[in-house]
Design a protein around this ligand. Structure first.
Ligand code: ADP
Ligand code: MG
Length: 230
């Protein structure tokens, strides 16, 4: 219980912090990146100077990654939930992640068994963000390519969204740490992606179950409540 409390406390501190800074920090980063790229394109640079510029570029990209994982928290006013079409948002999220999948030789298989008018009560952008962060991890777990299978169906209790990769998997200890702020095993990881996903899914009234087999792959099962029109 104490662990849960510490976890919850950390979570709320981190998300409040993010809300206040992400938005303001994004624009200056984009501008700086542009100028560094222009400097790199100038001829007559010496090698050392190029190295400085590439290093700056790399660091800016890392900062941008952190903010991208957080993006939804950057809009404090976006807490308002709408009635959204879950299929539409799922398709949109898959489209957003498709270029990353292509770059990593990952095929995305989408099995969608829901009717067009399946509804969910959620904030659109946040819901997309929660899915994108999970898709992204699945793709990143398969550095040599593979298949990311995304399926959605519904039962009497609600929607079940399944995201399965054929990646490097996790130990039980790693699975238990998922969602903890700053937990990352990646060289350039932020350790914030799943914390964001989990808080969003929780806010919608959903839950997440993870099963993973080392060297075989990982499956995220996301359970979401159906919204029924009256
Ligand atoms: P990041 O991706 O920046 O490391 P996340 O919060 O998105 O941060 O993920 C935290 C950690 O959880 C990852 O570093 C990785 O170790 C593990 N993880 C998450 N998803 C997967 C997955 N699909 N397969 C294997 N490991 C995963
Ligand atoms: Mg991630």
């Amino acid at each position: 219980i104490l662990n849960d409390l510490i976890r919850a406390e950390k979570l709320s501190v981190v998300s409040h912090l993010a809300a206040s800074i992400s938005h303001e920090v994004r624009n200056p980063l984009t501008v700086s990146r542009g100028f560094i790229q222009m400097a790199l394109q100038d001829r007559g640079q010496d090698e050392r100077q190029d190295y400085y510029l590439y290093t700056a570029l790399k660091e800016i990209d890392h900062a941008t990654d952190i903010i991208n994982d957080y993006l939804t928290f950057a809009k404090p006013a976006s807490d308002q939930q709408d009635i959204i079409r879950i299929k539409e948002e799922l398709t949109h999220s898959v489209n957003v992640i498709q270029p990353l999948a292509n770059m990593n030789h990952v095929d995305i298989h989408l099995h969608d068994q829901l009717p067009e008018n399946a509804l969910l009560l959620a904030e659109k952008k946040q819901f997309q963000q929660s899915l994108i962060n999970i898709f992204k991890n699945g793709i990143e777990a398969m550095p040599d390519g593979g298949v990311l299978t995304i399926s959605i169906s519904s039962d009497s209790k609600g929607y079940v969204l399944c995201v399965a990769d054929q990646g490097h998997g996790m130990s039980d200890e790693e699975v238990n740490r998922l969602g903890e702020p700053y937990f990352s095993t990646k060289e350039k990881g932020t350790g914030l992606g799943l914390m964001v996903s989990y808080s969003i899914i929780k806010a919608i009234g959903g839950s997440v179950k993870v099963s993973s087999v080392k060297n075989h792959g990982t499956t995220f099962e996301i359970f979401l409540p159906v919204y029924r029109e009256r």
